[in-house]
Ligand binder design. Structure first.
Ligand code: DLL
Length: 440
C-alpha cells in the first residue's frame, strides 16, 4: 500500500487521507489566498478587517483564522443579491438561493472552478459511502434554486455513476422508477424516504427486494433511531450528508462506511466550534456552533461563517483512516430556523407575510407535525372581529390571500386556521411562535 492510499480508494478521495500536518499547510495556503481575494474585492470584509486593523498578511498559520471577523446570514440578506461577490459577473456561471430571515432569499454565486470543487466534494461524498461507477443514482433532492438537486447530480456524474434526475415529489412515480430502472442509490431527505417507504408498502412494493442498497440523506436533522428504521424498512445502508448553500451546498461533510458521523472535507472547508453566546473558540469534543470557512470559494468568499448548527468536532480518528475530522449529528440550531419538508423556514418570514394581509392581527402560531413521514405545517392566526363576522366568502378570500402570501415567501402551502381575537395563548415572556410536534 502506497503512503496515504487505501485499497479500493477512489483517486478523488486521496485528499481524505492527507497527513494532518500537510492538511494544515494546504488549509493555510488556501485561507491566505481566499482572505486576500475577499479583502481586495468585498467591501464588507475589507471594512471589518480595517476596523480590526488587520491585513491579510497578518495571517501566519491556520490557527490565526480566529483573528478574522465572523460572517452571518444577515450579511447575505443585507448585501442582496450580489454585494458579497468577489469576482466580475462574467465569471459567475451559476446561482442558487435559500431562505433568508425575511421575504428575500439569500443568493449564492459560483464560478466554474467553484462548481468543479463542489462536484469533487460531492464525488468524494458518494465515494466515501461506497457509491461507484455502475451505480444508478435516483436523485430525489429538489432541482432548482435549492442546492441539493444539482449538487448531487454533478457529483454522481463526475464519479461515473448514472443519474436519474427525478427531483423531489410525485411519490408513486418515484417508486415506479426505482423499481423499473433498478436504482441502487437514493438521494433525498430522510423524512421523504420514510414517506416513500410507507407509500411503497401501500402499493405492495417491498423496497427490501429491490436493488437499492445506499441512501444519501441530509438537508434536515435526523437521528440514529431514524437511521435504524430507514435501514430496516428499505433494506439499505443510510448515510448522513451535511451541507449548506452559503458554503457550497451538500457535500461539506459526509459519512464514510463506518457511519460514525460526517467527515468534513477539511481541505475545502475549515471548521471551528464556538460558544454561540460568548463567541469563544471551543476545543474538539465540546458542543457548540459550527463556524465554517470556505477555503477555495472564488465567487463569494465565506470566511468564518456562523452556520447556527449545533454540533461538536469528534476528537477521535475514525476507523476508516481518513484524517478529516467528523462532526456529530446536527440535531438543533442556535437560531429559530425550522426545516419543513427540507425547506428552510424562519417564523419571521411567516410573520412578514401575515402582516401584509389586511384583517389579520399580529398573533400567530406555527404548528409543525409529521404524518406518514411527511411534515405538516399549520399556521394559526388571529383575525379581526369584523373579518369573522363577514360572509363565508369573505373569510375564504382572506384565507386564499394569506395562503398566497405565505407561499410567495416560503414556497410552502400551509394549512391555515383563522381564529378569533385573543384565542391564541399569550405568553409572559417571549411569544411561543412555533410548536414543533415532530418526534424525530
Ligand atoms: O440543505 C444542502 C443540502 C442538500 C445538504 C442536500 C444535504 C443534502 P440549505 O438549504 O442551505 O442547504 O440548508 C442548510 O440545513 O445549516 C442545517 O441546519 C440543515 N442541514 C443540512 N444537512 C443536514 C444534516 C442544504 N445532514 C441547513 N443534518 C444547514 C442536519 C442538516 N441538518
Amino acid at each position: 500500500m502506497k503512503n496515504g492510499e487505501f485499497p479500493g480508494m477512489h483517486p478523488a478521495s486521496a485528499m481524505d487521507y492527507l497527513p494532518v500536518a500537510q492538511l494544515r499547510e494546504v488549509q493555510f495556503a488556501r485561507l491566505k489566498e481566499t482572505v486576500r481575494r475577499a479583502y481586495e474585492n468585498v467591501a464588507l470584509f475589507r471594512k471589518r478587517m480595517d476596523e480590526r486593523r488587520l491585513k491579510p498578511s497578518d495571517l501566519r498559520r491556520i490557527e490565526d483564522v480566529v483573528k478574522l471577523p465572523f460572517m452571518v446570514k444577515t450579511d447575505l440578506r443585507d448585501n442582496y443579491p450580489f454585494g458579497l461577490f468577489a469576482c466580475p459577473m462574467r465569471e459567475i456561471v451559476r446561482f442558487h438561493a435559500s431562505s433568508g430571515t425575511t421575504g428575500k432569499p439569500i443568493v449564492v454565486g459560483y464560478t466554474q472552478e467553484d462548481l468543479d470543487d463542489w462536484s469533487r466534494a460531492m464525488m468524494r461524498s458518494f465515494a466515501a459511502c461506497g457509491v461507484h461507477r455502475g451505480d444508478i443514482v435516483q436523485n430525489a433532492y429538489g432541482y432548482g434554486l435549492f442546492t441539493g438537486g444539482l449538487g448531487a447530480h454533478y457529483g454522481a456524474e463526475a464519479l461515473g455513476a448514472a443519474v436519474i434526475p427525478v427531483s423531489v415529489g410525485n411519490t408513486d412515480r418515484q417508486i415506479m422508477i426505482m423499481k423499473d430502472f433498478g436504482a441502487t442509490v437514493i438521494c433525498c431527505t430522510p423524512s421523504y424516504f420514510l414517506h416513500l417507504v410507507d407509500r411503497a408498502a401501500e402499493l405492495g412494493v417491498d423496497l427490501r427486494k429491490l436493488p437499492l442498497r445506499i441512501g444519501v440523506f441530509g438537508a434536515e436533522p435526523w437521528t440514529e433511531d431514524m437511521r435504524q428504521r430507514i435501514e430496516a424498512a428499505g433494506g439499505i445502508r443510510a448515510f448522513d450528508i451535511y451541507g449548506l448553500s452559503e458554503i457550497a451546498g451538500p457535500g461539506v461533510a459526509m459519512e464514510c462506511t463506518h457511519q460514525a458521523g460526517p467527515h468534513i472535507f477539511e481541505d475545502l472547508f475549515y471548521p471551528e466550534i464556538i460558544d454561540p453566546e460568548t463567541l469563544e473558540l471551543l476545543p474538539d469534543g465540546t458542543e457548540g456552533e459550527l463556524v465554517l470557512t470556505a477555503l477555495c470559494k472564488r465567487a463569494m468568499p465565506m470566511i468564518r461563517y456562523r452556520t447556527r448548527d449545533i454540533t461538536a468536532l469528534e476528537p477521535a480518528r475514525c476507523a476508516c483512516g481518513r484524517t478529516l475530522r467528523r462532526i456529530r449529528r446536527i440535531g438543533r440550531r442556535s437560531d429559530d430556523m425550522l426545516i419543513v419538508r427540507g425547506v428552510n423556514l424562519f417564523p419571521s418570514q411567516i410573520e412578514a407575510a401575515l402582516l401584509k394581509v389586511e384583517g389579520t392581527l399580529p398573533h400567530y402560531q406555527i404548528v409543525v407535525d409529521r404524518m406518514k413521514g411527511l411534515d405538516t405545517l399549520e399556521v394559526q392566526v388571529e383575525v379581526t372581529a369584523e373579518v369573522l363576522s363577514d360572509t363565508v366568502g369573505g373569510l375564504e378570500q382572506l384565507r386564499a390571500q394569506l395562503g398566497r402570501a405565505i407561499e410567495s415567501v416560503t414556497g410552502l402551502h400551509p394549512s391555515l386556521r383563522l381564529v378569533a381575537p385573543r384565542t391564541l395563548q399569550r405568553s409572559e415572556g417571549k411569544a411561543r411562535r412555533v410548536i414543533d410536534k415532530r418526534v424525530l
